[in-house]
Every structure is written in structure tokens, then in C-alpha cells.
Design a binder for this molecule. Structure first.
Ligand code: UDP
Length: 260
């Protein structure tokens, strides 16, 4: 798929519909796939941590999960087609699973939350086969891997928070021949109803982050990544504009020389 590099992260430039088609095709072809749903916090973390940046580079798909990324793309003249959030992708893939008989596994969140999330998913998508689940506070990594190898799910939603979930997927991907592994952060909490997603109007106004901050004030420290992200990207805009100006000046000079 076509990508755009925004602030050193290669984003897949796709609509949600195109992405769901692409991912379901990969599942049908029994290919192994690693999907990152990247918000500005992830971009900032990748900037600071080279090992994490390498993990993100290894992903097959990186979606822009945050309006900040979309704005950055526009201003850097590398517009991305649309925002693709982990939460929306989770629903779209569960819906596709009903038609395609995909086998689903949920990994992450507290024991109570993951049970509620599975229950909710089974209510919303009764034909989807959730073949297994486990909370995200495990110490026996091998037990989880064996469970997954035994169940052979087509889609594994990993909600351990970032960067833990991307590191976990990267560490274990080679243990599997097939499967779509996707990091979904706190989506199980939203699905279970433990954490509420912002009402549509807040989402449309692009202030979902503010709603989240009001719900979970303890996140303020993590959210400081947002202003840092904006500063970093303003610098990139200035640099890319400067580069364009220099290129134009060189071109103009060359043309002048030819016509002189
Ligand atoms: N979590 C987990 N295991 C851990 C740490 C976190 O399963 O060792 C879960 C946590 O219970 C929550 C999710 O990971 O469900 C993190 O949610 P958050 O909204 O912080 O993730 P983000 O989307 O911001 O990365």
C-alpha cells in the first residue's frame, strides 16, 4: 500500500474501506500481518526511542489514529486520506469476521474488563467467533503463545497500551505462520464501557483528546506529548518549506543562466 512519511513514521495512506479490504485479503491469503494504530504519542515515542522506531518500521500497516497526524500530513503537503482509529478498525474487523468466519482472540486489559469486552463483542457481533481471550497482566509469555498457536486465530487484538503492545507483537510475530496482529491500546476499556469514548460531536470537532483528559486527568503527563508533537511538526513544516524555497531558487538560477 502507498505510504507517506510524516515525522519519520511511514503511514499507510488509505481509507478505512480500502484498509479493511486489504487486511481481509491478507487474512484470506493466510499472510502474517502487523498493524500499528499510531497517535501523536506513538510518533513522539518513536522519535525518542530508536529501538521502538525500528519496530514501527517493521509493521506492515501504520494507520493515523489521531487528528494531529492528519493535520501534520496536510501541512507537510503529504495529505493522508483519512483518520483510521484502532477502535473503528476493531469494529469493522469484528463485523467482517461475522461474514468471513474469522477466528478472533482478545489480549489485554484487566481480567474484569476483558470479560466484559468479550461479552459486549458477542452481543454486537453474535456471529463473530471469539475463540479465546486473556487479560493483559500475565507473566507467563509462553502460555499465551501456546494458547494462540493452539487456537490459530485469524485476528489477534492486542490491547496492552503503547509501546508495550507493539513490542509484544514484534517479539512474538515470528512464533506464528499467519494472523493479523493489531495493537489497539485502551479499546477493550471502551468496548467494555469502563472508559467512555467521546460523544460524536466532540469527535467531529476533533477534541476527543480533551474529553479523554477530562475522564482520565492522570493522563495529562502522557498528553504532554501532544504539544511536543505540534512543536516538532511545526519545525518540519518550516524545514520542508525552506527546502522547497531553496529548490525553487536553484531552479530559477539555472533557468536564468540558460536564457542569459
Ligand atoms: N494494559 C495491559 N497490560 C499492561 C499494561 C496495560 O493490559 O501491562 C492495558 C490497560 O489495562 C488498558 C490498556 O492496556 O486496557 C492501555 O490503555 P491506554 O488507553 O493507556 O492505551 P493507549 O491507547 O493510550 O496506548
Amino acid at each position: 500500500m502507498i505510504t507517506e512519511t510524516i515525522l519519520d513514521v511511514q503511514f499507510t495512506n488509505t481509507t478505512m474501506n480500502e484498509l479493511v479490504d486489504y487486511l481481509t485479503l491478507r487474512i484470506d491469503e493466510m499472510k502474517r500481518t502487523f498493524v500499528v494504530t499510531a497517535n501523536p504519542e506513538i510518533v513522539m515515542y518513536a522519535k525518542q526511542d530508536t529501538a521502538f522506531r525500528d519496530i514501527i518500521k517493521r509493521a506492515d500497516v501504520v494507520t493515523p489514529d489521531g487528528i494531529g497526524i492528519i493535520i501534520a500530513g496536510k501541512l507537510l503537503k503529504m495529505p493522508l486520506k483519512e483518520r483510521v482509529t484502532g477502535y473503528d478498525l476493531l469494529h469493522r474487523l469484528l463485523s467482517a469476521s461475522e461474514k468471513k468466519d474469522y477466528r478472533i482472540y482478545f489480549l489485554g486489559a484487566s481480567a474484569e474488563t476483558i470479560e466484559k469486552a468479550v461479552e459486549k463483542a458477542r452481543t454486537l457481533y453474535p456471529k463473530a467467533q471469539i475463540v479465546g481471550y486473556h487479560d493483559g497482566y500475565f507473566s507467563d509469555e509462553e502460555a499465551i503463545v501456546s494458547d494462540l498457536q493452539r487456537l490459530v486465530p485469524d485476528i489477534i487484538f492486542v490491547g496492552l497500551g503503547s509501546p508495550k503492545q507493539e513490542k509484544w507483537i514484534n517479539d512474538h510475530l515470528s512464533d506464528f505462520q499467519q494472523g493479523l496482529f493489531i495493537g489497539v491500546g485502551g479499546c477493550f476499556d471502551v468496548l467494555a464501557g469502563t472508559v467512555k469514548r467521546a460523544p460524536i460531536i466532540w469527535q467531529k470537532m476533533n477534541i476527543e483528546w480533551l474529553y479523554r483528559l477530562i475522564q482520565e486527568p492522570s493522563r495529562w503527563r502522557r498528553m504532554m506529548a501532544l504539544p511536543a508533537f505540534l512543536m516538532m511538526f511545526s519545525k518540519s513544516v518550516i524545514e520542508s518549506n525552506e527546502l522547497l524555497r531553496i529548490k525553487k531558487r536553484i531552479k530559477d538560477r539555472a533557468q536564468n543562466r540558460c536564457t542569459a
